[in-house]
Ligand binder design. Sequence first.
Ligand code: DGT
Ligand code: CA
Ligand code: CA
Length: 366
Amino acid sequence: MARVIGHIDLDYFYAQVEEVENPSIRDRPVVVCVFSGRTEDSGVVSTSNYNARAIGAKSGMPISAAKRILNGHNPVIIKMVHEKYEAVSGRVMGLVSERVDIFEKTGIDEAFFDITSSTGGDYTAAAKIARGIKDAIFQTEGLTSSVGIGRSKVVAKLGSDSAKPGGLMTILPDSTESFLGPLPVTKLYGVGPKTAAALEEIGIKSVQELSRSDVSLLERRLGRKLASYLVSAASGTDIDPVLANQPPTQFSRIVTLKRDTRNVTEAMEQLEEGIAAIGGRLANSGKSFRTVSVIGIQTDLSTKTKSKTFDIPVRDSALIKEHARVLISQLIKSTSKDLRRVGVRISELSDSTDQRTLAEFVKRKV
Ligand code: DGT
Ligand code: CA
Ligand code: CA
């Protein structure tokens, strides 16, 4: 039986989240930016909506260049707020994972899934599941996504790519070769500019040319491992399985301080967003934690850590901030150097269904 593998990728993710939050900007070019803070416009475009892309403002472009291109088009320039997209991502991934057999998140807005067992290899049933996933995401979060279904990860990913934006592409096992054949090799996962150049040297540009190429020649040029992967990818017979994600064993955040400091309040202010994000991930996960740590990277780049471990697993996120403050103060007292970066981590996560907060625990002990 052919495997049934899916790949889902949200459309212009950060910018779409901003549109959902503020629908009045939908018809304008929207650019989400990472401001580096050095000068007013220094930084890069993280992503843009399709209106902005049509005019030429794209991921990775300097903010100043994007502003120049969009000048006169009434653009919306937005500062990236990573925590916001993480929170949406977590909920979307939940909607997908509960509808599939095996779920593997591979990025903030994308995941592979395996539905071979629940569909019994039936691609019509698979398309129905994919449609259900897309509808659930749209109804719950207002976000459009693109999905590809095929017999391997490579095929599924190329499918979601071709379906973009907003579509669903099902590549039947029998149509795999005709789907893949005309694509340029650069579309294949794992084919970067270097590999593409090496392939072009031996006259291979399309996936079809790759799938029909002389394997021993490929091996001599690219090594045995890459050659065998490429040949299998090109024929849609790569066997890479969808691997369920391992649950995280810790949640952490680290920030570079605006200036080197030994001031606890200053460090805590800049950690605030990160601590809130850790609290959000903790709440989403339903887990408890036992240890809070702070990490300080000093001006000479040496690292110092301070930790607090509770007697029992706790789930009250207010404890993270409270203890981080105490630990940072201890950390600063233990060194004469300034801090350049600070981080917070909670670890020893457990699935404890214990609803008690530490306060309740303490109360009971008294
Ligand atoms: P798409 O999938 O083509 O409709 O558009 P996106 O924006 O969803 O692109 P994708 O899936 O490659 O990336 C997902 C998110 O990751 C995107 O919304 C913002 C972020 N991202 C992508 N490329 C860059 C980049 O070059 N720099 C930064 N800072 N963030 C990026
Ligand atoms: Ca995307
Ligand atoms: Ca993506």
